[in-house]
Design a binder for this molecule. Structure first.
Ligand SMILES: *[C@@H]1O[C@H](CO)[C@@H](O)[C@H](O)[C@H]1NC(C)=O
Ligand SMILES: *[C@@H]1O[C@H](CO)[C@@H](O)[C@H](O)[C@H]1NC(C)=O
Ligand SMILES: *[C@@H]1O[C@H](CO)[C@@H](O)[C@H](O)[C@H]1NC(C)=O
Ligand SMILES: *[C@@H]1O[C@H](CO)[C@@H](O)[C@H](O)[C@H]1NC(C)=O
Length: 259
């Protein structure tokens, strides 16, 4: 796709807001098709039976999040009695586009850690986001791979009021993350040393999410990430030339601003 039409799509998406699902779906469909075309070149299935078995475990206990389903997946078991919280451990993965092809070792460590993490008493539930496929979701959370988002989601009380969810964002080191890293963090409880995130991009309670800006902003950032790198230069140069041009015109004297 040409950059101009990509930009147009991104801004069109911005203009029509969230309730115009078909256009968003079309863009998302395009993204998925593009990634499918790329990943059809991926090497075949795991070679050893052990690998195959562990891949099966991983598949069964791990939910795959998308822009459409994450709000439904990341919830509390409806049969659990309030007040209670559900812990969700979300692994943020990426491929050649969002992780520059450097996430494979970290992902292998994550996969290998899952059976161990799942065997604990009160184990969290597990989910994964592929930022290559779900660029809009990752942008709307303002996160990138490889990392882990630890959600503690409270069940709504009888009066429907939901206490705020506690979220902790844990970036992972691409080169040094091993199963030991995940064990320390989530079996030994070291994640609790990380301060809960309470900024604008909080996926549940942040202002950007609450005012419905997360998705439009995600499209803007995604749109900018698709621009060729020379385009912003040209735009900046045009704008500043225009600005400088105007600055050289004589300006009416202005009173000094009140202190
Ligand atoms: C990622 O890039 C590497 C090297 O450029 C290539 O071998 C691999 O097939 C790519 N993977 C995907 C999923 O496109
Ligand atoms: C991790 O497990 C998933 C199955 O959910 C599989 O698709 C993926 O290829 C595995 N990745 C690595 C690096 O083992
Ligand atoms: C992944 O592990 C292999 C083998 O240990 C190593 O050669 C490679 O550099 C690692 N890749 C990254 C991105 O750390
Ligand atoms: C990741 O780990 C490597 C090896 O331990 C270290 O050299 C590097 O500084 C770490 N990177 C970050 C961003 O912490």
């Amino acid at each position: 796709m040409r950059p101009s039409s990509t930009l147009l799509l991104a801004f069109a998406a911005l203009a029509v807001a969230q309730d115009q699902v078909p256009l968003l779906d079309r863009i998302k469909g395009f993204l998925n098709q593009a990634t499918a075309a790329i990943s059809s070149a991926v090497p075949a299935a795991p070679s050893s039976p052990v690998k195959a078995a562990s891949a099966k475990v991983v598949e069964q206990i791990q939910h795959e999040l998308t822009l459409e389903n994450w709000k439904e997946v990341l919830t509390v078991d409806p049969t659990a009695s309030a007040p209670t919280t559900q812990d969700w451990l979300v692994y943020i993965n990426g491929g050649n586009t969002t992780c520059f092809g450097l996430c494979a070792n970290t992902t292998a460590a994550w996969n290998a850690s899952l059976p161990l993490l799942a065997a604990q008493p009160n184990a969290p539930k597990f989910a994964v986001v592929d930022c290559d496929k779900e660029q809009i979701l990752c942008n709307s959370w303002s996160v990138g791979p490889p990392s882990v988002y630890y959600f503690q989601i409270p069940k709504s009380l009888a009066d429907q009021s939901a206490p705020a969810a506690t979220v902790r964002f844990l970036p992972l080191n691409r080169t040094s993350t091993t199963t030991e890293t995940f064990k320390k963090l989530f079996v030994n409880g070291e994640y609790e040393k990380v301060a809960p995130y309470e900024g604008y991009w909080h996926p549940f309670d942040g202002p950007i999410q609450q005012y419905g800006l997360a998705i439009p902003l995600a499209y803007v950032f995604w749109g900018f990430s698709k621009l060729p790198s020379w385009l912003p230069m040209i735009l900046i140069s045009l704008v500043s030339r225009n600005f400088m041009g105007r600055r050289t015109q004589p300006q009416p004297a202005r009173p000094a601003p009140a202190q």
